[in-house]
Design a protein around this ligand. Sequence first.
Ligand SMILES: NC(=O)c1ccc[n+]([C@@H]2O[C@H](COP(=O)([O-])OP(=O)(O)OC[C@H]3O[C@@H](n4cnc5c(N)ncnc54)[C@H](OP(=O)(O)O)[C@@H]3O)[C@@H](O)[C@H]2O)c1
Length: 157
Amino acid sequence: MFSLIAAIGKNRELGKNGKLIFHLKDDMKFFRETTKSHKVVMGRKTWESLPGKLKNRENIVISRNPVPEADQSVNDLPDFINTHKDSGEEIFVIGGGMVYFEFLKYAKHLYLTEVNASDSTADTFFPDFDKTNYEKTLITKGTENGLNYSISKYTLK
Ligand SMILES: NC(=O)c1ccc[n+]([C@@H]2O[C@H](COP(=O)([O-])OP(=O)(O)OC[C@H]3O[C@@H](n4cnc5c(N)ncnc54)[C@H](OP(=O)(O)O)[C@@H]3O)[C@@H](O)[C@H]2O)c1
């Protein structure tokens, strides 16, 4: 079973120039706690944006080319999805835009940090999704560095 986890702006902004847009400590803490000890799946560009392997998680990287430093590198995405989509294990898809788009239709849960801010220079976006198809549970909300945010879990009805 797949879950997507992301921090997005008002227009679903995810990133620019290969980097994150929003840097919220609470979001990072939520990400760490939620994904800890799980498999995390990411695109090669997101992998390259990280300072290193995410600790205490199995790092799975999707690329057409082998990624030897990853715990697992996957080039056959349909095969990977078929193998895991019906398993009871929650596997977290951690970005970026291309990979969220490819996994969205297989995801049971979306954990979204929604930041009440926009960035017109963003170049990567979370895919558009129909919120009426999901049940939304608010996990927490707050303000950090003047940015209002809420963290919610959307579960496919
Ligand atoms: N706000 C957030 O929560 C969040 C989270 C994660 C990332 N981000 C941001 O998102 C941006 C990166 O996203 P992105 O969309 O540019 O890239 P991405 O999704 O991280 O990675 C794209 C790469 O993944 C591989 N890939 C994707 N689909 C594939 C398939 N079907 N088969 C084989 N390989 C496949 C390809 O790698 P190869 O080219 O090697 O074949 C492709 O170039 C960065 O700015 C990052 O900071 C934001």
